[in-house]
Design a protein around this ligand. Sequence first.
Ligand SMILES: [Fe+2]
Length: 259
Amino acid sequence: MITGYKKFKFDKIKYLDGVKSLLLKELKKISKNKKINFANYHTHIKNEQHQLIQWKLAKYFREKKLHIVCFEGIRGFLYRYFGQSILIQKKPFLRIARPFMPEDNIGLHKDTIYGQSPYEMSIHIPLMNLGKKSCLKFVKNSHLINDKKIEFIKSKTFVKKGSKQHKLGKPYEPKKIKPNKYNEKPLPLKYGEFVFFSPAIIHGQEMNLDKNSTRFSFDVRVSSKFFPVEFNLKKHNGSYIEFSKSPIDILAKRYFDNQ
Ligand SMILES: [Fe+2]
């Protein structure tokens, strides 16, 4: 973990399997298409339909709190890293990156530059195997680079603050980091694996270069209730809900309730 990111495996894959099949069922329903799956998504969905479908699917994901279901499968892992009073992002991001569509990606970035605390860790979970061409890239030890010294590329965006695109996880003021400057390396993942990483790590992808497969993944922020983060000030996609509570936390609260 010293390099700022690490690959892990689900302890109990059945929770991820359950979420995956619910999402696939919903995708078939929304698109009214029985032949569609995650990988062949781009061959069935026209560009003009894409945004609405992603919106509906992301909404379904959030309303059913599928990230909480999924996190059941890594509860032991979470306890080891955060203790038992765990907060998770209320509205996680469901990402869909079609082949050769740069607008489906947010490029290389550091989430601390967007205001995320280094105490708010991220978990990236793919819903399929991701090879070298379709996976995200990460820069080892980039949490040690001063955020103020990072080199950006100038980029324009039409994403408006509070818009659907913004709520789907695209920044309205993108601060894209120059590719090939910091030695980013692809991190292929098998289904059932996930990446646990610091928001200070340079990560992302310019474009999904796998012509045969759309990438479906989601990412969730996780923290401890006792980490020095101003959770009450978080808004938009940054707010948290409780995932679990330590027995001591419960005991102490009960004491204070009676004083
Ligand atoms: Fe990110």
